[in-house]
Design a protein around this ligand. Structure first.
Ligand code: TYM
Length: 341
């Protein structure tokens, strides 16, 4: 149906677990928005089923789901050009994930670094959902026969696993072209935005220190303060990218500046090379505030009309189901499930 007129089908998801960070914005959502400008079908999902792989307070989850939808809209995702919905409203995600639980191998999941990081030392006590999380992610992508998956660097391994699951399914059932091999799209200056407190750790919503990240809901004062206090070294900025070698914090701030301004890191250093951080940080803070403030203002406005957000999610779920239902039905048929009603 719609597939024929689009050259690519894009799918990506974000978990509704707390505030979106500048890392989520630059690594993912900003790029989701840019992808709407092509002749591609774009499908973006609030992955609430993934969220509950770690404990979520039900009221808080409902709120976070709507807030993330408001953030999507405030960043420029347009329900007239993209399908926007929350995962649990399209039950085929969970249904296909079950099939993939039976395709993926234990050894594959044992290699997932995100599981190791999240489970930490307390592996025996995490949910089984956390362990099979990547199978659900593979289901999200393959349920739409998506061809491209824009993500940050940290999700690359999960998209690679998705490719392995697709290949094994196609091979086991003798359907060579049924599931496509989706490509991870990891592009731009900020595919891995680092913590402002430690240039070796990624910026994350779950970091205990709020000073380590910029949230899309932070006001101008908070943003300026966090950037002013960001960890750096005592040297001035180099005038070439090679000079960032071994300077993780400096590199991170330059990359953030590049991603927000649309310039390359080279161009940023051509302009700011030789300056001390006491000069570069205020410029970065101004740029960040100018980029983020309109988003947080718009989010607040959108959260004033929750019924409208729910309507958008409902409409998006209907559109998503139109694509997902026939693909799941075909999958069941391939697997040998009798469907007699
Ligand atoms: P999540 O919710 O952790 O993050 C959402 C997106 O933000 C990117 N990201 C970052 N990018 C750059 N720098 C950072 N510091 C940073 N932190 C996060 C992530 O790479 C991601 O693209 N498993 C996924 C959600 C998901 C999904 C999917 C993604 C579920 N199903 C299907 C793609 C396709 C996740 O936990 O993202």
């Amino acid at each position: 149906m719609t597939q024929a007129v689009h050259t690519r089908r894009i799918f990506s998801g974000v978990q509704p677990t707390g505030n979106l960070t500048l890392g989520n914005y630059l690594g993912a959502v900003k790029r989701f928005v840019e992808m709407q400008d092509h002749d591609w079908q774009t499908i973006y999902c609030v992955v609430d089923l993934h969220a509950i792989t770690v404990w979520q307070d039900p009221e808080q989850l409902r709120r976070a789901t709507r807030e993330l939808t408001a953030a999507f809209l405030a960043c420029g995702l347009d329900p007239a050009r993209s399908i926007l919905f929350n995962q649990s409203q399209v039950p085929e995600h969970a249904q296909l994930a079950w099939i993939f639980n039976c395709v993926a191998r234990l050894g594959w999941l044992n290699r997932m670094t995100q599981f190791k990081d999240k489970a930490g030392k307390d592996r025996e006590r995490v949910s089984t959902g956390l362990y099979v999380y990547p199978n659900l992610m593979a289901a999200d992508i393959l349920l739409y026969h998506a061809t491209h998956v824009p993500v940050g660097e940290d999700q690359k391994q999960h998209v690679e696993l998705t490719r392995d699951i697709a290949a094994k399914f196609n091979n086991d059932y003798g359907v060579p072209d049924f599931f496509p091999q989706p490509e991870p799209v990891i592009e731009g200056a900020a595919t891995r935005v680092m913590s402002l407190r430690d240039g070796t750790k990624k910026m994350s919503k779950s970091d205990p220190s709020d000073m380590s990240r910029i949230n899309l809901t932070d006001d101008a004062d908070a943003i300026s303060q966090k950037i002013r206090k960001a960890r750096t070294d005592p040297e001035p900025l180099p005038s070439e990218v090679a000079g960032l070698e071994g300077r993780a914090e400096a590199r991170n701030l330059v990359n953030i500046y590049a991603a927000l301004s649309g310039l390359s890191a080279e161009a940023v250093l051509a302009e700011h090379g030789g300056k001390p951080f006491s000069e570069f940080k205020p410029a970065l803070a101004d740029l960040t505030v100018a980029s983020i403030s309109p988003i947080s203002a718009k989010m607040r406005e959108l959260m004033g009309d929750v019924a409208e957000i729910d309507r958008i999610l409902g409409k998006g779920a209907e559109q998503a189901s139109e694509i997902a239902e026939p693909i799941l039905a075909k999958t069941y048929e391939i697997v040998g499930m009798v469907r007699s009603r």
